[in-house]
Design a protein around this ligand. Structure first.
Ligand SMILES: Nc1nc2c(c(=O)[nH]1)N[C@H]1C(S)=C(S)[C@@H](COP(=O)(O)O)O[C@H]1N2
Ligand SMILES: [Mo]
Length: 200
């Protein structure tokens, strides 16, 4: 199986220049931030689906998901609570791979999860090699508290957009707020523009 690598070896840029405004370097710490308990879904019951504004439901079982073309990514992540973490290493499937061949009028997606968490994103923020559904962190299966079996990874937006325990995407022509967005967080959440709260 081919494994495309992205973002590795990008070390020239100074760390302070890689830190968005108002953020600090968490170093080796990897805080856990979950709005509820960690759900446990067995892999035999697990699936990933594309729903809503699509030309037909798409569904992958765990085995089917694991057989998709994979990518390794090394990226900086930025939480709205102000910690950032450099050079985090993940493996998984590009959202582009899931959307290949899907005909849609949608401009937005809502990522939905076991446990009920949701977050909304413009389709443009999860395509063109900018988002992945990852099952591996630092060479190990993704730990349940960090979203295992799979989470969304959208490193160019605040980390609340990287939905843990991901089960799929609902595509829509309309932007519908997710969990934190309903509580006043920004609808897009670009850390470089410090889009923390609605209206920023
Ligand atoms: N399903 C789900 N995904 C989630 C969350 C959550 O509560 N539930 N929290 C979000 C927030 S606010 C952050 S900062 C990151 C935290 O990921 P971590 O716990 O792996 O650091 O997950 C995001 N994804
Ligand atoms: Mo967060």
């Amino acid at each position: 199986m081919s494994l495309i690598s992205r973002g590795f070896g990008r070390r020239e840029q100074r760390r302070d220049e890689r830190l968005p405004p108002g953020q600090y370097d968490a170093g080796d710490l990897f805080p856990v931030l979950s709005a509820g308990p960690t759900p446990r879904t067995s892999l035999s019951e697990w699936d990933l689906t594309l729903q809503g504004e699509v030309d037909g439901l798409r569904r992958w079982t765990w085995e089917e998901f694991r057989d998709l073309p994979r990518e390794a990514v090394s990226v900086d992540i930025h939480c709205v609570t102000k910690w950032s973490k450099f050079d985090t290493r993940w493996e998984g499937v590009a959202v582009d791979t899931l959307l290949a061949g899907v005909r849609t009028e949608a401009s937005y997606v809502v990522a939905f999860c076991d446990g009920g968490y949701t977050t909304n994103l413009p389709l443009a923020d999860v395509t063109d090699g900018r988002a992945w559904v990852v099952d591996t962190y630092d060479g190990q299966p993704l730990a349940p508290e960090h979203g295992g079996p799979v989470r969304l990874l959208v490193p160019h937006l605040y980390f609340w957009k990287s939905a843990k325990w991901l089960r799929g995407f609902a595509l829509s022509r309309f932007d519908e707020p997710g969990f934190w967005e309903t509580f006043g967080y920004h609808e897009r959440g670009d850390p470089w523009l410090e889009q923390r709260y609605s209206g920023d």
